[in-house]
Design a protein around this ligand. Sequence first.
Ligand SMILES: [Zn+2]
Length: 353
Amino acid sequence: MGGGGERISTAGYVGTDGRHRNISLAEEYPGHRLHLEVGERCPLVLGEATNIGLHERDVVDHLLRNTGDDRNDLFRRQPEAFRRPLVETLGRFPHGDIATQIGGDLVSVTSIISNPSQDPHSYEADAQVQLSLSKADVVIQNGGGYDSFVDSLLKGANNPKVVLLNASTISGYDQKPATGEFNEHLWYDFPTVKKVVSKLVSTFTTEEPSRAGTFAANASRFTEALGQLQATEAALRSSSAGEGVAITEPVPLYMLDAVGLVNKTPGKFSEAIEAGTDVSPVILRQTLALFSDRAVKLLAYNDQTSSPETKRVLAAAQKAGVAVVPVRETLPAGKDYLEWMTDTLASITAALK
Ligand SMILES: [Zn+2]
């Protein structure tokens, strides 16, 4: 959670749904936000809110003064005090950040992996994750085989009311295509992200009908920004469609396809890297030749997994002066989803110049 690191800002609000008050505190730390919501399960805080008779904004200030800066300490002392409307399947995972953007301080996103350099493909869930899932109102799963552990953990979590959103299902894509493999890296696919956003709006609205307007406004801001990114893709497509690119893994292919770029990497290379299996010398030679032959304009490089083969590919691109575009499975430190995608498209734009 938010422990450690310097707090940048704190914001809060007090709302009421006619039955009880909800007090929400949102804190921002370098690299991530922390949202806590205090609801009816906190008699101490409710007592303060109703008895002191302060203006709502003052209640928040009062709470902040009286709980000090260590929100984790408050959390330890009153474990039942916080409502957690949302659990993301993987910490610093794109869908979790998107949910935060749509829900604002009305949702609390719980991170399952907190280490940004963890490769989610090799992540193994533990009992703590099951506990989070048992308390969540909403769980977002990427699906497509990416985080199957969620299914089995939810079965044992005794949380019959949980709403499970599966991004792969929401995408509407065929997950068992006759040719090739389903690409589960859906955060590089803006049409799918838009569908996930509308699903989040309807889900959050069902949970908190009185805040429907907030969710809709947040979503329209977010969708407008996504539209700008799609306009950038379209502009790049009209200037650079047909240019060759290389990848180490299929991670960014939705975006590269949207830009009209042609993946020249031998399929056996990227499949082996993603699966963590050996690359044959012939396939490695063919891949390295893409750079010496200047057959590609850029290398999209996943720096969350590296092997001797990917390092050789990276070195070959650098030696040939081919631009390297970093791609990832989780958010880079200090960036939200839209900033990260904006940066990625800027790197592709620069590489294609
Ligand atoms: Zn992946």
